[in-house]
Design a protein. Structure first.
Length: 391
């Protein structure tokens, strides 16, 4: 196990009706003027935004509204928010929505404390020293941004979808998590969220660092819980207990609990980000396409953890041949995404029958370097082969 430092200051307030506490939580975490960030309208239709506004008013907090954040959020909305903030002068950002909304709020949080272009942070041109506090009312369990120090934004000019990871600055101050708020989710979004949270665990599980039993067992336990609960949820989307379990799983899948003390991978995420940047697909669905392809590519080259995943989580019996078991694991995960989650598992099923693989691969390595380090170092030839396996 490697040395680590873990800073996770988020106050999680979980359960039915907890969104009623949002005004008090903003006050408790130092807000005096709040910029509320939200998406394309689901929170308007559900009445959640009106409830949040009423609670802010009750708490005596002036607020402004920045709506219209799109899935796979873009830089132009951040610039719009920065402009609005110059007028309104908020000291707190409240994200009401999912990963896209939270990530936009986080981009504003660093952008508002910087004289230059916020995008500098996403391409490593500058290092953020300060951020405005962010609070969250979560409406979809998926990206895990409510507990992570990450933000992912797409530059509309260059089509680069880049992530910023600043756990010391960007973990939210609080996250309100009411599973009932997720009842209005389309089943496809529920399933894509489950695929994303599973990928967050797998990116941490696929590690060459030895002797991290705690991380392995946490990851395996979470995967088993997610897979068991997902079956119930896909059969009955109104099952509150299933929604509650899935919601909390999404958070701990991505708040680093199961990656502490070891090298992580993240290459499948980097490969997926190129797909959602170019074709605007749902991130979790893109991962259901890429992850099994990556496992199949890695199976003969570094089978150990893949076979272990199969033995302990996916019901693959130990044949004594790690490579064969790793291939069986890749196939089992792909079948599970397809049969249980009804996710696409090929580019064609994703709605991208003829992807421009050359373009995505070139962009990927421009952003991530010639060889992407991780569970298996991947050069451009390797990532191209993985993309082709996903066709
Ligand atoms: O925009 P609205 O109208 O709100 O609709 C959203 C959106 O269309 C809808 N939705 C959300 N809650 C709903 C709802 N519809 C009905 N009822 C509800 N309760 O769902 C759609 C997707 O929302 P989005 O916020 O995009 O989903 P998600 O949480 O999956 O976020 C995806 C983004 O997060 C990034 C992804 O790349 C993608 O851009 N990620 C962020 C990470 C992080 N910050 O730590 C890590 C992840 O790996 C990921 O890369
Ligand atoms: Zn993800």
């Amino acid at each position: 196990m490697n040395n680590f430092s873990f800073y996770s200051p988020t106050e999680f307030v979980f359960g039915k009706g907890t969104e009623g506490q949002v005004g008090d939580l903003c006050l408790k975490h130092g807000a005096s003027r709040v910029m509320v960030v939200y998406g394309g309208g689901s929170v308007v239709r559900s009445g959640l935004l009106a409830k949040v506004e009423a609670k802010l008013t009750e708490a005596g907090l002036p607020y402004c509204l920045l709506g219209g954040v799109v899935p796979n959020p873009v830089d132009t909305k951040v610039y719009e928010g920065l402009e609005m903030a110059r007028e309104f002068q908020p000291d707190f950002l409240l994200a009401v929505g999912g990963g896209s909304v939270i990530d936009t709020a986080k981009a504003l949080a660093v952008g508002l404390c910087y004289d230059g272009d916020f995008w500098d942070f996403y391409i490593g041109k500058a290092k953020a020293q300060k951020a405005m506090p962010v609070g969250v009312v979560l409406t979809i369990p998926a990206a895990g941004s409510e507990g992570s120090g990450n933000s992912v934004i797409t530059n509309t000019t260059t089509k680069v979808k880049a992530g910023l990871r600043l756990p010391m600055l960007l973990r939210p101050k609080f996250a309100v998590m009411d599973p009932e708020l997720t009842m209005t989710l389309p089943l496809y979004q529920t399933a894509a969220g489950i695929s994303d949270m599973m990928a967050h665990i797998l990116e941490r599980y696929l590690s060459n660092t030895p002797d991290v039993q705690i991380g392995d067992r946490l990851a395996e336990g979470m995967l088993l819980a997610i897979m068991e609960t997902a079956r119930k949820l896909m059969a009955d989307p109104s099952d509150y207990q299933a929604r509650a379990n899935i919601m909390w799983c999404a958070t701990i899948a991505h708040n680093d609990t199961c990656s502490l003390g070891r090298q992580e991978d993240w290459n499948s995420h980097a490969m997926e980000h190129e797909i959602s940047a170019e074709y605007d697909v749902t991130h979790g669905a893109g991962l259901a396409v890429i992850f099994p392809a990556f496992l199949a590519y890695a199976a003969p080259k570094n089978p150990g953890k893949i076979a272990q995943l199969g033995h302990r989580v996916l019901g693959i019996s130990d044949s004594g041949d790690a490579v064969a078991d790793a291939f069986a694991t890749a196939a089992a995960l792909k079948a599970w995404f397809k049969d249980v989650l009804k996710m696409p598992v090929t580019f064609a099923e994703l709605g991208v029958p003829s992807p421009d693989l050359e373009l995505m691969n070139a962009r990927l390595h421009r952003l991530k370097g010639e060889v992407m380090q991780g569970y298996l170092p991947l050069d451009a030839a390797a990532t191209m082969e993985i993309y082709k396996l996903a066709l």
